[in-house]
Design a protein around this ligand. Structure first.
Ligand code: C2E
Ligand code: MG
Ligand code: MG
Length: 768
């Protein structure tokens, strides 16, 4: 592409040449009627002005060659054509016309006939620059166009001229050559139209007009010449001059915009009226020629051209049929999920858009979003092949519960969706419950009976979701709520306070909150040693002081943080707040703080470096920090996780496995986890006082952990009795409401200073 200023510089001489062409044409027009007598005036008009138009047009085309990249060949060919025309004119006016008896054919005819060749080249070059790849249907459209145009041309306009057989051979050949060259030119022009389709391409339209003017001139000239009544300098000459002027305008405007932008590529699908209009018209014309020719009134060539046109059109129909079928197959493939052969996300979106386009409150629709629970475990433990097998069984399992016009689609991964036309919220919820139960039945995968669950979000349109995006988002939020609440099915209900369920908005607000630095805070929950009663740690739990929604808990903000990819920044912020808090009590009491990590942190190779820097910044030793992670987060990339945790421990930071008892809880791999501490989840600890089996599990877990040198923290200790029972089972540390609820940092500082702590003595007495 050339710089714009350079383009403008070159456009000015081109514009001058174009204006001089137009002015000369205007001046010549004044002489087509009655003129002043005298050879001098003849020379001014027929030699001077007439050729000045040609020369001006040739110069404009020459400039176009230099400026254009896409249509360079076409403009070069046109320049050559116009120059040949000038040569013909000069030879005719200067040498042939003055002769007493004009010879036919003459040297001028040689130039005039040669003029057509570069014109063909220009037309072909114009197509080439507009079509990247030729299909069979394009060729056939071109052939249909060319033959049809040829048939009409021969039949109606050139028939008589083609029957000239008198005179010597060279005269016959020459007088035949003009109409044939014209027919070919017209056929080519129509072929271009047939190939490119009906389009608003200014360059092409101007050239078509130019060639049209040229053809009209030629045809009328042939007629006059055969009758011997043509006179030079008459109105007829205006047709050729108009033709070259139009060529000049095409050349000037076609390259004025950025190179290449005028040559818009042809769309690859060859279906639609714009593409088919020209071939169709040619075909109809050919049939008309054939119909009228029953009386043999036309030149036989016309009939044969028409027959050829119809045959080519038949071939075109066959190809169109093939193209449409292939197109449909590709379309079907693009809408189908390869693994399950169910419709895919694209198909669902298309159907949903169509459905929502004419939906009313009386005829609502609903969307169910299904996400399998525990699918990752199937993949991890049995392999992807088993996972695939399971996914393939979902469609057949759900189908029987659906109505015939419900659309079941796989959106990707373990996510499915059901679009329900004509279904209210109650109906949708009832169906969701049935689908939930259907999935709960065991699947047979590789000879194993597998149980997976599913979380289903239900949303309805047109209220509250009016668009497909909203419908998907609402169903997504509901699905997430179903997952978080382990409720199986959750119906999206808009929040009257302005959407606490609106995860998208939450994501945006959280992004701002992370930058604002006064909205996020940590609450601290103490951990006490069950043996000595000493405070041995505090867990930092993130809270978000939301400007309108009040204090939000991790359940409200973590899903949004995860979706927005903000988990790493969130941890950075919490780490900063937590270490800032420890620094306030560390000089008096060496009580470390525990910070929770998420999966995104465990695989973050920069984490050890960031932690080390933060510790230095706050003047704290590494043992002032414990990092907690849930075993599942570690499992996303165990190799990398091990590396990150290993480095952290080398720094001296303690690591802790959180929520033990909710995930895999495999004692076997505790061995491989670089951990110093194990936190037993409340689900494991809350009924140790009453359930012998629970007590037994805790006892053995504690024993193994101790064997491996890992200390055990019991979480969610809500009453003293449970605390005592856990102490008796060997747990080292307790955390829970029985000791204290999570509290703001200043409250925690006061709490630390209190002389007596609940549970302190419970443990001591039991162990003692
Ligand atoms: P967690 O790490 O297991 O934290 C303990 C959760 O149990 C806290 O909930 C705490 O308030 C609650 N809890 C404490 N004692 C008791 C009790 O006696 N009974 C009951 N029923 N619950 C008790 P919270 O603050 O809502 O935090 C929930 C989870 O959010 C945390 O579970 C942790 O996994 C995550 N989380 C909290 N803060 C952060 C953070 O800064 N980053 C990350 N990635 N996760 C965090
Ligand atoms: Mg925790
Ligand atoms: Mg926990």
């Amino acid at each position: 592409m050339q710089p714009e200023s350079a383009q403008r510089r070159r456009a000015t001489p081109s514009r001058l040449a174009l204006w001089s062409t137009v002015v000369c044409l205007g001046l010549f027009t004044t002489g087509v009627g009655p003129r002043f007598d005298g050879a001098a005036w003849g020379a001014v008009y027929d030699l001077g002005l007439y050729n000045a138009v040609y020369v001006g047009a040739a110069i404009v085309c020459l400039f176009a060659v230099r400026r254009s990249s896409a249509d360079r060949l076409a403009w070069a060919a046109l320049t050559v054509a116009i120059v040949l025309g000038v040569a013909g004119n000069l030879v005719y006016t200067l040498a042939i016309a003055p002769m007493a008896e004009e010879p036919f054919p003459s040297v001028a005819d040689l130039f005039y006939l040669a003029y057509y060749l570069p014109l063909y080249v220009a037309l072909v070059a114009l197509i080439r620059s507009r079509v990247q790849r030729f299909h069979a249907s394009m060729w056939l459209d071109g052939v249909v166009g060319a033959l049809g145009a040829g048939a009409v041309c021969v039949a109606v306009m050139l028939g008589p001229a083609l029957e000239v057989t008198e005179g010597d051979t060279s005269a016959v050949v020459t007088s035949l050559a003009y109409p044939i060259a014209d027919v070919v030119l017209l056929a080519l022009l129509v072929a271009v139209g047939a190939i490119l389709g009906v389009r608003r391409d200014r360059t092409l339209l101007l050239l078509a007009a130019a060639i049209g003017a040229n053809l009209v001139g030629d045809i009328v000239f042939l007629d006059l010449a055969t009758q011997g009544i043509y006179v030079e300098g008459g109105p007829l000459d205006l047709t050729w001059l108009t033709a070259v002027t139009l060529m000049a305008v095409a050349a000037h405007t076609g390259t004025r915009r950025r190179a290449g932008s005028s040559a818009r590529a042809v769309p690859s699908t060859r279906v639609g009226w714009r593409v088919l209009a020209v071939p169709l018209a040619c075909n109809v014309a050919s049939l008309v020629v054939l119909g009228f020719d029953s009386g043999h009134r036309f030149n036989p060539a016309a009939a044969w051209l028409a027959v050829g046109c119809v045959l080519a059109a038949l071939a075109r129909v066959a190809i169109t049929f093939r193209e449409v079928r292939a197109f449909n197959e590709v379309r079907e493939q693009a809408r189908t999920d390869e693994l399950t052969l169910l419709p895919n996300r694209r198909a669902l979106l298309e159907e949903a858009s169509a459905l929502l386009a004419d939906i009313t409150a009386q005829r609502p629709a609903a969307l169910l979003l299904l996400d399998l629970d525990g699918f990752k475990e199937v993949n991890d433990s049995l392999g992807h092949h088993a996972g695939d097998q399971l996914l393939r069984q979902i469609g057949p399992r759900l189908r029987p519960a659906l109505r015939s016009n419900d659309l079941l689609a796989r959106l990707g991964g373990d996510e499915f969706a059901v679009l329900l036309p004509d279904a209210g919220l109650d109906e949708a919820e009832a169906l969701a419950a049935r689908l939930h139960d259907a999935i709960a039945q065991p699947f047979a995968v590789e000879g194993i009976r597998l149980h997976v669950g599913v979380s289903i979000g239900v949303a309805s349109a047109p209220v509250p979701a009016a668009t497909v995006e909203e419908l998907l988002r609402c169903a997504d939020v509901a699905m997430y709520a179903a997952k978080a609440g382990r409720s199986g099915v959750h119906v999206y209900v808009p929040d009257p306070r302005g959407g606490s369920g609106d995860r998208l908005r939450t994501m945006e607000e959280l992004r701002t909150a992370l930058q604002a630095d006064d909205q996020l805070e940590v609450h601290l929950q103490p951990q006490v040693d069950l043996l000595s009663g000493a405070v041995v740690g505090a867990e930092a739990l993130v809270r978000w002081q939301h400007p309108t929604r009040g204090l939000l808990s991790p359940a409200d903000l973590l899903p949004a943080a995860e979706q927005a990819g903000l988990l790493r920044s969130l941890t950075d912020a919490v780490l900063e707040l937590s270490l800032g808090a420890v620094a306030r009590w560390w000089p008096e009491q060496a009580v470390p703080v525990s910070v929770n990590l998420s999966a995104a942190n465990v695989t973050d190779l920069d984490l050890p470096g960031k932690v080390a820097q933060a510790l230095v910044r706050h003047g704290l030793p590494a043992r002032a920090l414990t990092l907690e992670l849930v075993e599942d987060t570690f499992m996303t990339d165990p190799e990398r996780g091990r590396q990150v945790l290993g480095e952290l421990r080398r720094l001296g930071v303690r690591t802790s496995i959180d929520d033990y008892g909710t995930g895999y809880s495999s004692l076997a791999y505790l061995r491989h986890l670089p951990a110093d501490e194990l936190k037993l989840d409340r689900s494991l600890t809350h009924d140790v006082g009453t359930e012998p089996r629970a007590a037994s599990i805790v006892r053995h877990t504690v024993a193994l952990a101790h064997e491996l040198g890992i200390s055990v923290v019991a979480e969610g200790v809500e009453d003293d009795a449970t605390g005592s029972a856990l102490a008796a089972l060997g747990c080292d540390v307790a955390q829970g409401y029985a000791i204290a609820r999570p509290m703001p940092v200043t409250d925690f500082l006061r709490w630390l200073d209190r002389p007596e702590h609940p549970l302190r003595d419970a443990g001591r007495s039991l162990r003692g």
